[in-house]
Design a protein around this ligand. Structure first.
Ligand SMILES: Cc1cc2nc3c(=O)[nH]c(=O)nc-3n(C[C@H](O)[C@H](O)[C@H](O)COP(=O)(O)OP(=O)(O)OC[C@H]3O[C@@H](n4cnc5c(N)ncnc54)[C@H](O)[C@@H]3O)c2cc1C
Length: 693
């Protein structure tokens, strides 16, 4: 778990933001914009939005160029805002900007707005300030991805300690902005270990700029492989430091092993938590201009949207049409998975939930933010409180509340007064309409949807994937994403040799049938105005009709919706809300569908490995991870999967789509390296190889 966030200790002194914690200003009081543009843009060789020459933006003038900035200290986001404005002015329309920033004490959006607009010169950037403030993640530790400017600008915000979170994300910045508070007042941000992280996320030619002029900073940068220079600072300051990694005159850039050794010697540093070879992510498909996505449910639509926003032309093929599988559910609950213990699944779903909430708001998909109550027996409340503390969520978003407060929020009693229960309150949870979400995701000009295109073969030839449909139509692209929920017979398994007769045979897909019931109660006062959920759920009514569910069944997979299952759902509802038992509802409809999951309940998302070659390459894994010099994992180049979203697809599909797009484009990944193995398709095969005797 990442370390808890720090309270910013923000104070306004004469209208300017001051940090009590660090005893320093957030930005220069005599022109924050001019300072940021001078130090971090021009200091790194880029120009500002008002400059006529493009400077280093010129290197990124071509369409589909991708530029990555790293930043220590997001603060009020002023440096990012200045860079974003300059990028819009000088970079090509198709170019992409990745901005990775670490912040241990994130400010609230209202404070960001006030701090950013405190400098009158920032007034012309007000629309960008508004967009940033609307997108800022809550104060929850971890990795947060936010897309801006139609997705061409990606913010990867690492809320937490620099040494906890930077090692989690693999990227190589083109330019670094070192913007912690003054080195004497915020040692953690300027320590040898933190500078080692900057070097670990850089390549020869990466530039570094900081307003700091302390000799210790220059020495640490030089020791990490930077040619360091002192240049005039901003707003009359005598000096600041700039540098170039691996430039002539600098010490050779340390290789990963050397950095690791330095970091170990420093005893407090952590280098990038690289993935073991069997989970290594293949090189990005940076030359790809087109992609195929097979399946137009939540998973396929999310991947298609994320790829389209990276500038790829995407063709989505579906056997029927958009949202014709599980994603046709009339309504669905969007909530993190609530458990009093941590598991890879709870962590992934919590991360995915936050991402999905932000994405739905950004793309304008329907969402009712009604909150969710999860009844908790008194004896379990302590365990939940511990789990919440571990997650580090603020109590206005997630907390255990008592029975009276729960009843007040729901507008009805959750349980019999005789056995009062408390409840977990998840303020940001709510109800989505999956089919509308799918249509909104697919509504991007670079996405073409082909309906009645049942893919029966996926063949690789001459560096591209060819999808062949039942009626013999063909579609080609260098990147293909399989988003068919599971692997229906015939989709991949007819690939000709030598490309693996089965691409994902180790994935133990499992199907359950589920039914939702639409019910109208004569007296709707007893139907909750929040979601109430625990082994089944009741949603708030829409036009006098509530939605309750869902059944779980391994048999009768193909059976249509039935009154029997409505009775089962009503039973769930009455257990959650006993007051409903005295009101017999009118049945207003039902919907049944199939969930595809795997037994660890995490989705399957990432590159597809070549099964037979992978099993041969890692056959000795049972002897221990250090027993052999391992080859690179054999993957099927350009082939990705987003499958098995089970009963959490409204949460997990969007994060999985974004992750795949990161892998295709080579962007910093939105899922950290310690969490990634929990979703990669080969995890089951690795487990089998490890336990083989
Ligand atoms: C009863 C029920 C209730 C649920 N409630 C919730 C909830 O409250 N919250 C929540 O988060 N999740 C819920 N879910 C789960 C959620 O609906 C799924 O996780 C999600 O819809 C899965 O999306 P998907 O895109 O992976 O699969 P699907 O929506 O099934 O999409 C797969 C698509 O692939 C297409 N396809 C398949 N094979 C081929 C082929 N060979 N060629 C071309 N196209 C093909 C299909 O036509 C289909 O459109 C529920 C599911 C059910 C059944």
């Amino acid at each position: 778990m990442p370390a808890p966030l720090l309270v910013p200790g923000l104070e306004w002194r004469d209208g300017a933001p001051w940090s009590r914690t660090h005893g320093d200003w957030y930005a220069s009081r005599s022109g924050a914009r001019a300072e940021r543009e001078h130090v971090f843009l021009r200091g790194n060789g880029f120009t500002a939005s008002d400059d006529s020459a493009p400077g280093r933006w010129h290197e990124h003038k071509h369409e589909r160029a991708r530029l990555t900035f790293g930043e220590l200290g997001f603060g009020a986001g002023i440096t990012f805002l200045c860079a974003w404005a300059a990028f819009r002015r000088h970079a090509a329309p198709g170019a992409q900007l990745d901005w990775v920033s670490v912040e241990h004490a994130p400010l609230d959006p209202a404070d960001v707005r006030r701090a950013a607009l405190g400098d009158p010169a920032m007034a012309e950037l007000a629309p960008l300030v508004d967009a940033l403030c609307a997108a800022l993640p809550p104060r929850i530790p971890g990795i947060h991805r936010r897309a801006l400017d139609g997705g061409r600008v990606r913010l990867t915000l690492l809320w937490g300690d620099v040494l906890d979170l930077l090692p989690e994300v693999e990227f190589s910045a083109d330019a670094w902005c070192l913007d912690g508070f003054a080195p004497a007042r915020n040692e953690a941000m300027w320590s040898e270990a933190a500078i080692a992280q900057v070097a670990a996320h850089a390549h020869a030619g990466t530039t570094v700029a900081t307003y700091a002029a302390a000799s210790a900073v220059g020495e640490r940068l030089a020791a990490a492989g930077c040619e360091v220079r002192r240049v005039p600072g901003a707003n009359g300051k005598r000096e600041m430091i700039v540098g170039t990694v691996g430039a002539a005159g600098a010490r050779a850039v340390p290789d990963a092993r050397e950095i690791r050794a330095t970091a170990r010697a420093a005893a407090h540093a952590h280098v990038i938590r690289t993935l073991p070879p069997w989970f290594a992510i293949p090189a990005p498909c940076t030359d790809a201009r087109r992609a195929l996505v097979i399946g137009a449910g939540l998973a396929g639509a999310s991947a298609a949207r994320a790829l389209a926003e990276r500038g790829l032309a995407v063709t989505v093929l579906d056997a029927h049409g958009p949202a014709s599988g599980a994603s046709a559910a009339p309504r669905a609950v969007l909530a993190p998975h609530l458990a009093s213990w941590q598991s890879p699944q709870t962590r992934i779903v919590a991360h995915a939930f936050l991402h999905a909430r932000a994405t739905l708001a950004r793309i304008g998909a329907p969402f009712e933010p009604c909150g969710l109550l999860h009844p908790v027996p008194a004896e379990d409340a302590w365990g939940f409180e511990q789990a919440i503390a571990d997650w580090g969520w603020p109590t206005d978003l997630l907390r255990v509340t008592d029975a009276d407060d729960a009843a007040l929020r729901a507008g009805t009693e959750l349980v019999d007064r005789a056995s009062p229960l408390g409840a977990l309150w998840v303020a940001d949870a709510g109800v989505t309409r999956p089919a509308d979400t799918v249509r909104t995701l697919l509504g991007h000009p670079a996405i073409e949807v082909v309906t009645r295109a049942s893919v029966v073969q996926l063949v690789r030839a001459d560096g591209t994937w060819r999808a062949v449909t039942e009626d013999a139509r063909t579609f080609d692209a260098p990147v293909a994403v399989v988003a068919t929920a599971g692997i229906p017979g015939g989709t991949i398994d007819r690939m000709p040799e030598p490309l693996a007769s089965d691409a994902l045979p180790s994935v133990p897909f499992d199907c359950t049938r589920g039914q939702l019931s639409l019910l109208a109660f004569e007296d709707m006062h007893h139907v909750p105005r929040t979601v109430v959920s625990a082994n089944g759920y009741v949603m708030p009514p829409v036009d006098g009709v509530t939605c309750t569910g869902a059944t779980f069944e391994r048999e009768r997979l193909g059976v249509p919706a039935s009154p029997h299952d409505d009775a089962v759902n009503l039973g769930h509802a009455e257990r959650l809300l006993p007051v409903l038992a005295s009101h017999s509802p009118e049945r207003r409809g039902a919907w049944a569908g199939l969930r595809t999951a795997v037994h660890d309940h995490c989705p399957v998302a990432g590159p597809v490995v070549e099964h037979a070659a992978f099993a041969a390459a890692f056959a000795r894994l049972a002897h221990g991870p250090l027993a052999s010099a391992w080859p690179a994992a054999p993957v099927l180049p350009g082939l990705f999967a987003t499958l098995a979203h089970g009963s959490r697809g409204t949460c997990t599909a969007m994060l999985a789509g974004e992750l795949i797009a990161d892998m295709v484009s080579g962007s910093p990944r939105c899922v950290g390296n310690s969490m990634l193995p929990a979703v990669l398709p080969q995890r089951f095969l690795v487990r089998d190889l490890r336990t083989a005797r």
